[in-house]
Design a protein around this ligand. Sequence first.
Ligand SMILES: *Cc1c(COP(=O)(O)O)cnc(C)c1O
Length: 450
Amino acid sequence: MKTTKKFILTEQEMPTRWYNILADMPNKPLPPLHPATKEPIKPEDLAPLFPMGLIQQEASTERYIDIPEEVLDLYHSYRPSPVFRAYGLEKAIGTKCKIYYKYEGYSYAGSHKANTAIAQAYYNKVEGVKKMTTETGAGQWGSALSFACQHFGIELEVFMVKISYEQKPYRKIMMNTYGATVVPSPSNLTESGRKILAEHPDSPGSLGIAISEAVERAAKDPDIKYSLGSVLNHVLLHQTIIGEEALLQMAKAGDYPDIVVGCFGGGSNFAGISFPFIRENLVNGKNTRAIAIEPASCPKLTRGRYMYDFGDSVGLTPLLAMYTLGHNFVPAKIHAGGLRYHGAGMLVSQLLKDNLMEAQAKLQKDCFHNGVIFARSEGILPAPEATYAITGAIDEANKCDEAGKPQTILFNLSGHGHLDLSAFDKYFTDELEDHELTQQEIEESIAQIQ
Ligand SMILES: *Cc1c(COP(=O)(O)O)cnc(C)c1O
């Protein structure tokens, strides 16, 4: 019996266009609003932060956007990425379902984040940008952008969430190696950071705070542009290369997924794997369930509210219509750092509101448990974030088996966990905690949104 099977594409077979789901959505997301005037934002309002090429993509309604030659060229250093049939995992959990996974961990960054890092650095380079700034949680995004900026000759400064800066020094060293400067956030370098430190000197930081610092830097300096690793439409767009490849690979496997699963931080890897399949639902009469898996300690999709909120903690970004726990929400220190974000992308929020996708929340210890089963059966040590997708897939397989209706499940394995081994160590020594929010905590946080 086979233990695993790999479905690959050649470079020639790799799709050369990103898919823009905005073209096919029955209801478009509400427009982002200017933080001061509360009027719909105009492209020129975003010009201090982003190059025009990305601002155009952010608002584009074109169904497909060609991937530039130089971006494809660097994609080819790790793309097309493989799809595996997880025979080992199927056997380990004793399911009759067929489980496939798309593996994004072969990139230089070890995760899917390279897909948008390369594109964003490229569009900045084209417009002559010499310096960029960004935030990073556990460091995956910062390390992805560090190399992309180095490749295109751009200087990079990264605000890294302080708790991760302290707990996960390897990602910081990786960013330094690729040539970036890394600052623990909240920092004294920005007004936003100083404001947070004055109120909470021991703040562990959060993605929301780090975003405020990076946005402030770019907004105040005409020579610096800002870059975000998730949430925004153009970021989700760049990730659709994952699902476009997966569609072709599932065809090679002679199969089609009933269920597609991705873990959920701001929505980029979930969108990447699922949007092309949601298109097939909307346009070609397919019927695949797309399920986003978030941590129970940061449950914006399952327990947050759909409303206008800021993308950062201080309130410098445009107001986005999205599922949110409130921009002041500081999630528990779970080890899937990439999933500790208070909000969700506008596109995914609208799709969830329209029941065109689903969301589930999972507990950290269950996810590590399943991550270990996956590592032992498939040989890939998953990123803590990716263990949420693994758990989503396993739980759905179990449900299908109980109902006596085995199905075909495809999940996105967003990255490897080679730099997160200490989290696995904590799991083995039973030092991890599960954290589920009370209804009161959620309501208090949401009530602070004005
Ligand atoms: C950043 C990250 C995530 C979460 O971010 P999304 O934008 O929701 O994809 C998930 N997995 C890995 C490996 C990451 O680095």
